[in-house]
Design a protein around this ligand. Structure first.
Ligand SMILES: [Mg+2]
Length: 433
C-alpha cells in the first residue's frame, strides 16, 4: 500500500515537506509545502513553471507538476521537522520526457523487461573550501601527498561525522570516510543499491553535504577541477547487473571472475564512452580533470583513454574483484540520475549487440600509455562530447530522442556562452600577433 505522507507527518513530527526534483543541469528545485497541504500534493503534485529551470521547456508550456515518491522520504538530519522527497515531473498527465529521474526510470524499465536490474554505488569526492570557493578552507592542509592524511581528516571531524551519522541513521550503511588525494578534498562511502535508490541518495548526499558544510561556515563543492594543480573530484561508479538474487556479472570461469555478459556490458560502455562524457562529464570544467597533466600529488587518478584493466586505477574501467567493475570516468558535476541512466543504457546496448570489450590492458596508463597506439581517446572538451552524444543512435533509443535533443540544446548553449568569453590568456597570447 502506498505510504500516506500525511500520516508520516504526524508519525515523524514533520511540519514541512520539500518536494524536490533534479533538472537537466543537476540543480535541485523544490517547493516547501506545509504538512497540512501534503495529502493533495501527494496526489496531484506541486506546481512549477518548467521553463524557469533547466529542462528546455517554453514559458508558454502549461504547469508542470512534481509528484513526490513517498519511498524517498527523508527527514532532513540537520532540520528534522522538514521531510525531503524526490519527485517525478509530469505535464498534462504524462511524465516529462527529459526529466532526469524519468529518463532513468525509462532505462530501468528496459532493463527489467530484459530480466536485468542494475545495482551501483557511487564515490562522491568533494572539496571543503572557504565560503567564496576561492581556496581550500584548511590552511594547514598542505601536504604534497595528502591522501588519507589523518590530521587533516580529524580537523574536519565535526563536519564529516555529522554527515556520516546522518547516513548511518538513514540506513545507508555508511562504512568509511577519508581525506582524498587533493588538499581540502574528502570522500565518504555508503553501500551500493539499485540504480534508482543510489541516484536518489546521490542527489540527497550532495544537498546534505553542502547544507551541513554551510552550517559549519564552510562550502562543499563537487566541481570537477576547482584547483588546477590538484587532483580533481571524480564520481567513480561501481556497477553490477542482477537477476533477482544472482549477480549476472559473476562467473568463476570468466577472466577476473567476470561473465561474458559482464564483458559485453563493458564493451557497450567502452563503445559509447565519448558520447557518455556529455552526461558523466557535463561541464566545461570537467575536461580539466580528464586528460589533465600530472597533479602535485603525482597522479590525476582520472582516465585519459577509453581502456579497461584489472585492479589498476590508471584506466577508465577497473575490475577490482569478481562480479563488478568500476567506471572511473564520471566527475562531481554529473547529474546523479543521468549518470546511472547513461551507464545502464550503454551497457544494455553492449549486451544486445554482444559488443566485444577488446583486450584488457595491465600497464600503467599514465606512464606507458604512449605505447598503446590504438586506444580511443576521450573527448578533449564538452563540445566534442556533445557532438558524439547527439548522434548516438543507441543512447537516443534508450534515453529518449527528445531528452537527447533537449539536453544537447541546453548544453550547446552553455558551451556557446563559455566560448563567447574573452579570456585573459587569449588576450595575452594574441595581442601581439
Ligand atoms: Mg576517491
Amino acid at each position: 500500500m502506498t505510504k500516506q505522507l500525511s500520516d508520516c507527518a504526524s508519525e515523524l513530527g514533520l511540519k514541512y515537506f520539500l518536494i524536490s526534483y533534479t533538472d537537466l543541469f543537476g540543480s535541485q528545485r523544490a517547493k516547501l509545502v506545509p504538512a497540512s497541504a501534503i495529502a493533495g500534493m501527494q496526489k496531484n503534485g506541486a506546481g512549477f513553471a518548467g521553463f524557469a529551470t533547466w529542462l528546455d521547456l517554453s514559458p508558454a508550456d502549461p504547469d508542470m507538476f512534481a509528484i513526490p515518491d513517498p519511498d524517498t522520504l527523508i527527514a532532513l538530519p540537520w532540520k528534522p521537522e522538514v521531510g525531503w522527497l524526490a519527485a517525478d515531473i509530469w505535464m498534462e498527465g504524462a511524465p516529462v520526457e527529459q526529466g532526469p529521474r524519468n529518463v532513468l526510470q525509462r532505462v530501468i524499465a528496459q532493463a527489467k523487461t530484459a530480466g536485468y536490474e542494475m545495482k551501483s554505488g557511487v564515490e562522491c569526492e568533494f572539496f571543503l573550501t572557504n565560503v567564496d570557493g576561492s581556496a581550500i578552507a584548511d590552511g594547514a592542509d598542505r601536504a604534497i601527498k595528502p591522501c588519507y592524511d589523518q590530521s587533516a581528516l580529524m580537523r574536519r571531524y565535526d563536519v564529516i561525522t555529522e554527515i556520516c551519522d546522518a547516513m548511518l541513521a538513514l540506513g545507508w550503511e555508511a562504512y568509511q570516510n577519508d581525506h582524498e588525494d587533493a588538499n581540502g578534498q574528502f570522500e565518504m562511502n555508503w553501500s551500493y543499491d539499485t540504480a534508482l535508490v543510489t541516484a536518489d541518495r546521490h542527489a540527497f548526499f550532495k544537498f546534505m553535504t553542502k547544507s551541513i558544510a554551510e552550517k559549519h561556515g564552510l562550502r562543499a563543492t563537487f566541481m570537477p577541477k576547482p584547483f588546477l594543480g590538484l587532483t580533481g573530484s571524480g564520481c567513480h561508479s561501481h556497477v553490477s547487473l542482477w537477476h533477482r538474487a544472482s549477480n549476472l556479472f559473476e562467473d568463476e570461469a570468466g577472466e577476473l571472475g567476470v561473465s561474458a555478459l559482464g564483458y559485453h556490458f563493458i564493451g557497450g560502455v567502452i563503445e559509447h564512452a565519448d558520447a557518455l562524457c556529455a552526461l558523466l562529464n557535463p561541464t566545461v570544467n570537467s575536461y580539466k580533470r580528464i586528460n589533465a597533466p600530472r597533479t602535485s600529488s603525482g597522479a590525476t587518478w582520472a582516465p585519459n583513454t577509453v581502456t579497461y584493466s584489472g585492479n589498476n586505477r590508471t584506466h577508465m574501467i577497473r575490475i577490482p574483484e569478481p562480479g563488478r567493475f568500476e567506471m572511473r570516468l564520471a566527475d562531481g558535476s554529473t547529474n546523479p540520475y543521468l549518470l546511472q541512466a547513461g551507464i545502464l543504457a550503454a551497457g544494455l546496448d553492449g549486451i544486445i549487440k554482444k559488443t566485444p570489450s577488446g583486450p584488457r590492458l595491465d600497464i600503467n596508463m599514465y606512464t606507458e600509455g604512449h605505447t598503446v597506439k590504438d586506444a580511443k581517446r576521450l573527448p578533449l572538451n564538452l563540445l566534442d562530447a556533445l557532438r558524439a552524444f547527439e548522434v548516438s543512435a543507441a543512447l537516443k533509443s534508450a534515453l529518449g530522442e527528445s531528452f537527447v535533443k533537449s539536453y544537447a540544446r541546453l548544453k550547446h548553449a552553455e558551451w556557446n556562452e563559455y566560448a563567447a568569453h574573452l579570456s585573459q590568456w587569449e588576450r595575452e597570447t594574441t595581442l601581439d600577433c
